[in-house]
Design a protein around this ligand. Structure first.
Ligand code: MG
Ligand code: ZN
Length: 224
């Protein structure tokens, strides 16, 4: 029915110019971050996904398996809590939390500040857990080498389709909590197909971080 839908076109957004400047500044700082990381031979990964998709748990499984091989640092982004960094530290891995307050994403400047606090000569890998949100983290590259987007079957059958922008930015798409697919009546093959259609170049990995399934595949996809 006509009249039921308002589409916001380009140029209709308030303060579009200001926002463009912000995005440009972010990109500039992201490339500074990347140079700094490369200078120190560090590989960095940006984990993005909704709250409850299992980002922290996936990073926990990764650090468990990789901490003997690499010196790892985790930067966790959250609006107010330090829950995620605390969980990581329990594995004997160094972590720092960035509280973003009202901001619903990490940006390159926050990462630049975080990198200043880390002794980069002592680190091989940095896992960044972005703020739980699948919309704007897509617009704010951080200077990392890979974007990892985590969706879980508990988020319903349309989770991939409804987040085209972030899926297109992904180098790796993780479909998590596959052990719950039957209970949730979600068809995992459909989610895989949706992701492939949006982003044919991304690697797609199926995991259950809770059960430790698919973690080896993920490590391979991250080229670690
Ligand atoms: Mg988390
Ligand atoms: Zn945001």
């Amino acid at each position: 029915m006509k009249g039921d839908l308002i589409k916001v076109d380009e140029g209709e957004m308030l303060e579009l110019e200001v926002e463009e400047d912000i995005l440009k500044a972010n990109e500039r700082i992201a490339s500074i971050n990347r140079k700094l990381l490369d200078l120190h031979g560090i590989r960095a990964f940006n984990f993005m996904g909704a709250i409850g998709s299992g980002k922290t748990e996936i990073i926990e499984r990764l650090v468990e398996r990789l901490k003997g091989k690499y010196r790892i640092f985790v930067i966790a982004g959250d609006v107010t809590t330090t829950i995620d960094a605390d969980r990581i530290k329990r594995h004997g891995v160094r972590a720092l939390e960035i509280n973003t307050g009202r901001e619903c994403h990490l940006d390159a400047l926050m990462i630049k500040k975080a990198l200043k606090r880390i002794n980069l000569d002592e680190i091989d890998l940095i896992f960044i857990e972005n703020v739980g949100n699948l919309i704007c983290p897509a617009d704010f590259p951080l200077g990392t080498h890979m974007n990892v987007v985590v969706v879980s079957v508990t988020e319903g059958p349309n989770m991939v389709k409804k987040h085209p922008f972030i899926i297109r930015e992904a180098d790796v798409v993780v479909i998590n909590k596959i052990d719950l697919a039957d209970v949730m009546e979600v068809n995992v093959d459909r989610l895989v197909k949706d992701a492939r259609e949006l982003n044919p170049r991304a690697k797609i990995v199926l995991t259950s971080a809770r059960r430790g399934l698919g973690i080896d595949d993920l490590i391979k996809s991250l080229e670690l």
